[in-house]
Design a protein around this ligand. Structure first.
Ligand code: PLP
Length: 376
């Protein structure tokens, strides 16, 4: 079932085509209201029992778990993806064995690559960085890298279900079993996936998987979730505090990795409201809707002579356009001046609609792009 546009739930003027969900999503009105109510409780603390904030933490945790097919016991509340990935890095069997391999893709997001590159270098392990394949087929490239004859044994693979810069699919349904068969740990950054395409920890069986709330699940900045597989729940959090070590004991399950000052009266109700809204639509319906929009955007771009990846290699919600000759200087600004918002990521024009987007936004994008490139 395809979802109709949900623009009525947002506060977006008709002349704004915001196609930058992969960067920073606008808030649905209900999420904003949840945050405003939170600000009021902090303004007048005597009027609201603080115990309610623990309820919000558990509600947000449950909603996050539901979107990734996890048990609520296996999800920690952290402050950023880098916090989650840092927690994973602290708790996988380390140091990486000297002469082993850490595998990631080229141009990975710093919140994933920095810590693992540093740990690999420190341990004398090989940082095996899979180069961007010319044909855009990351799945094949990563599978070949895992199985490369003579390569050092794989200790850990740090992967994403799609490349953040251009939406190229990295199919973890096919890659995760190969990582497991190699006896390696799997760390997943699902930032650009949760809420817009299927993410299921039962299928991928990652050791750890992290995602934030401020993009595809329509929540606040400064909040993220970390799934920790049951056999990874005896490690150390990055910070030790009264919520993850109540009474000095570690909290059960993944809660032992919860962040300090977890019970945020503003962010948690916002996060829970956004996550529950996304869950109410269902990922499959969101995915179908966004696929129809990016298909339309891709066709329009191709009509302007701008290639896109083949449909089977691109994610439903992020379209990367490589303009022949490179990104023209001032293009993003020219689009913004026409009320069209997209991003330059690594020289790619990244267009990423979410549920607020309408077909009219695609038309506005095509017209503004044609004008900016002098092709109208
Ligand atoms: C792939 C990916 N991972 C992570 C993040 C955010 O990381 P953090 O929460 O550490 O700022 C982004 C933000 O754009 C991203 O695109």
């Amino acid at each position: 079932m395809t979802l109709p546009s949900q623009r009525h739930l947002f506060d977006i003027p008709a002349n704004v085509a915001y196609l930058d969900g992969a960067a920073y999503s606008p808030l649905p009105r209900s999420v904003r209201a949840a945050g405003e109510a939170g600000v009021l409780t902090k303004s007048q603390p005597w009027a609201s029992p603080r115990s309610r904030e623990n309820d919000w933490a558990e509600r947000a945790r449950a909603a996050a778990a539901g979107l990734i097919g996890a048990s609520v016991e296996d999800v920690a509340i952290v402050s950023a993806v880098s916090h989650g990935i840092g927690t994973a890095a602290r708790n996988l069997p380390l140091p990486l064995p000297a002469g082993s391999r850490m595998l990631r893709v080229q141009d990975e997001f710093p919140s994933v690559s920095l810590v693992w590159d540093r740990l690999a270098a420190k341990a004398g392990a090989v940082a095996d960085v899979v180069p961007r394949p010319a044909d855009g087929d990351w799945t094949r490239a990563v599978l070949e890298a895992i199985a490369r004859p003579g390569a050092p044994p794989l200790a850990v693979a740090c992967l994403t279900p799609l490349h953040w810069s251009d939406g190229a699919v990295i199919d973890l349904d096919r890659i995760a079993p190969a990582v497991h068969a190699a006896g390696a740990a799997l760390v997943v950054d699902a930032t650009q996936a949760v809420g817009a395409m299927p993410v299921d920890v039962a299928r991928w069986q990652p050791d750890f998987l992290a995602f934030p709330t401020y993009k595809w699940v329509l929540g606040p900045y400064s909040l993220a979730f970390l799934y920790a597989a049951p056999h990874r729940q005896s490690g150390l959090p990055l910070e030790e505090n009264q919520v993850n070590r109540p009474g000095g004991q570690f909290a059960p399950g993944a809660r032992r990795y919860d962040k300090g000052e977890r019970n945020d009266p503003i962010a948690l109700p916002m996060a829970a409201t956004g996550l529950e809204l996304v869950a109410s639509w269902g990922t499959a319906a969101v995915e179908a809707r966004l696929r129809s929009l990016t298909d339309r955007l891709a066709e329009d771009a191709m009509a302007l002579g701008i290639p896109a990846l083949p449909r089977a290699l691109r994610a439903p919600h992020i379209l990367g356009l490589r303009i022949p000759g490179g990104m023209p200087p001032g293009l993003i600004e020219a689009l913004a001046a026409a009320g069209v918002y997209a991003s330059d990521r690594l020289g790619v024009l990244r267009v990423s609609p979410h549920v607020w987007a309408e077909e009219a936004d695609c038309d506005r994008f095509r017209a503004a792009l044609a004008r900016a490139l002098g092709r109208s």
